[in-house]
Design a protein around this ligand. Sequence first.
Ligand SMILES: [Zn+2]
Ligand SMILES: [Zn+2]
Length: 91
Amino acid sequence: MTRDDIKEEFGVTCPHWEPCDCLVDGADFMADEILKLRTAIERVRALHERETRTSRFGSIVWHLCPRCRDDGGDPLEHPCPTLRALDGEDA
Ligand SMILES: [Zn+2]
Ligand SMILES: [Zn+2]
């Protein structure tokens, strides 16, 4: 994903062929910020990617977060509070 993709997505591309001042400076800044935030979110998501564990006889499947632990040091269920917070839900 690039700055231009973001500007396209938010409909803030300059419609003029000739160089001009309309929106463009602000739009570039905004697009760069959105790009940065999205990249950061992707990094966090990658760190908290779902881990699947199966019990010895395969009868139980757990979806766990490889990073988050409860107070006793056990892995937390996926999606973990970190991911839920990213999705805008209360942890
Ligand atoms: Zn323009
Ligand atoms: Zn987690």
